[in-house]
Design a protein around this ligand. Structure first.
Ligand code: SF4
Length: 458
């Protein structure tokens, strides 16, 4: 089937045709449109990739609530892991019968449900207003208990954490939700003569900071063992790391294919969702690996056949920060651009976890590689190196409304990248719903595409 982006109703018709010819589906399969009955109204405004791999990706994403409810019904213990984006889930999934998820994922509910769930209003009523980032929706999700079951254990990383998350998690704690806090320090460069450790992604940190994070993760490990009712051996954790790395390896190959192929083989929206699976496997690690593997097979086949979206002249854009409104990923392509590189605040969840050191130490090294626990200059270094690797021609910094780090960090990153690589850079702000700002968002992106084309002619 030639690649195409299609609307929800077209997917319904295609689904019927596929079913009539014997489509075999995973347990979470079905029409994407059935999720409208859950209130996922934004689906009617999106365009979707027309592959079976993408169908499975969407259905997998949109059935996470059911998976969590089933896990609870089966007697599994649920671990709500907050803020660390990719670290504690590796520990939790290394133990049998623990299922980890990010309540932070409520970040996207205002978009996906087009504000119909009322979560932001609940956050407002609790004193967490729009001066905070959309993660405040998480508060409403805890109050209504309508989007995920209350976890048996709730962890949250603190220390080098954005002000938004610290304040919101403390408010959540004040509402009677016990939280096991663990600290991650602000990453600094090792001083001269100080023991230095190379982290995933190539940065370095002082050995003493890695020691400290390892000791903090030992506390989390003990709590998880107590919840699971059994110890977590090094061998079990090594196996958990190997499985996490299997997902990261496939994602790495997928990203590389998508960013480097002459013609873009996979739309930006589906790639964004695939990248998110690295964080906590959407509550099913094995299924997550399958979904990403199928997407990789589809993408590889398209690259081999030279098939894809737009054409080889599409403007190549590097995108920083996830968009609160998923529809903006469609807009990028409408404006004649393709995504050639991303930094969605969690590169540490995409880089492989070291396997040449003891497993708890490996996790500590990974946690310290979190782009959000270091400086904007560190983020800019990584962005510059990835722009060069993927051949992007411009940088878009997508500001998250209310996010404390976005106020200044975007400008700092923009200055460093523009000075070092001589690239056009724009900053845009993406709210959970942008329909009212569609023309101005589109104008900014089209102007960037035009600038890229003019620079090519120089
Ligand atoms: S402010 Fe940024 S880092 Fe903090 S929760 Fe919001 S999006 Fe995440």
């Amino acid at each position: 089937m030639p690649p195409k982006q299609i609307a929800l109703e077209e997917w319904d018709r295609l689904y019927d045709q596929l079913k009539a010819t014997g489509l075999s589906e995973p347990s979470y399969g079905g029409k994407i449109s059935r999720h409208l009955t859950d209130g996922d109204l934004r689906l009617t405004k999106l365009r979707f990739d027309n592959s079976i791999a993408a169908l499975n990706l969407w259905n997998f994403l949109l059935t996470e609530e059911e998976r969590l409810a089933n896990a609870r019904a089966e007697g599994k213990k649920l671990v709500g892991t907050m803020k660390d984006l990719g670290t504690v889930p590796v520990l939790a999934y290394s133990l049998p019968d623990l299922v980890a998820f990010y309540p932070d994922g409520a970040w996207w509910i205002p978009c996906v449900m087009e504000l119909s769930a009322g979560l932001l209003g609940i956050a407002d009523s609790l004193g967490i207003d729009e001066s905070f980032c959309p993660v405040r929706a998480m508060l409403g999700a805890f109050v209504t208990e309508a989007h995920f079951p209350l976890p048996d254990l709730l962890t949250c990383s603190v220390g080098a954490t954005c002000d938004d998350f610290s304040a919101i998690a403390q408010r959540l704690n004040g509402l009677g939700n016990p939280i096991l806090w663990w600290e991650i320090p602000h990453r600094r460069k090792p001083a001269e003569n100080e023991r230095a450790v190379v982290l995933p992604g190539g940065m370095t940190a002082p050995g003493i900071q890695v020691d400290f994070v390892e000791s903090e993760l030992e506390r989390i490990k003990k709590a998880l063992e107590s919840l699971a009712g059994q110890p977590l051996s090094d061998d079990m954790l090594r196996d958990g790391i190997a499985r996490a790395n299997a997902i990261r390896q496939r994602l790495s190959e997928l990203r590389s294919l998508v960013f480097k192929a002459p013609v873009c083989p996979l739309p930006a929206l589906e790639l964004l969702i695939a990248e998110m699976l690295a964080l906590h496997y959407c509550s099913d690690r094995d299924a997550s690996l399958q979904v990403i593997s199928d997407l990789l097979i589809e993408t590889r086949a398209r690259v081999d056949q030279g098939e894809g979206f737009l054409d080889a002249e599409a403007a190549r854009i590097f995108w920083v920060n996830p968009v609160a409104d998923l529809r903006v990923m469609n807009l990028v392509e409408d404006c004649g651009a393709r995504i050639c590189g991303t930094e969605h605040l969690f590169t540490h969840a995409l880089d492989e976890i070291p396997t040449d050191v003891p497993p708890m130490r490996a996790l500590a090294q990974m946690a310290l590689a979190d782009p959000m626990v270091g400086t904007a200059a560190d983020r800019a270094d990584r962005i510059c190196s990835d722009i060069t690797e993927f051949g992007a021609e411009a940088l878009v910094l997508s500001r998250i409304p209310g996010a404390s780090h976005c106020a200044l960090e975007g400008g700092a990153i923009a200055d460093i990248v523009a000075a070092r690589l001589d690239l056009p850079v724009i900053e845009i702000e993406v709210a959970p719903l942008n329909d009212a700002y569609w023309p101005s968002l589109g104008t900014g992106l089209r102007a960037l595409v035009e600038t890229i084309r003019q620079r090519r002619g120089k």
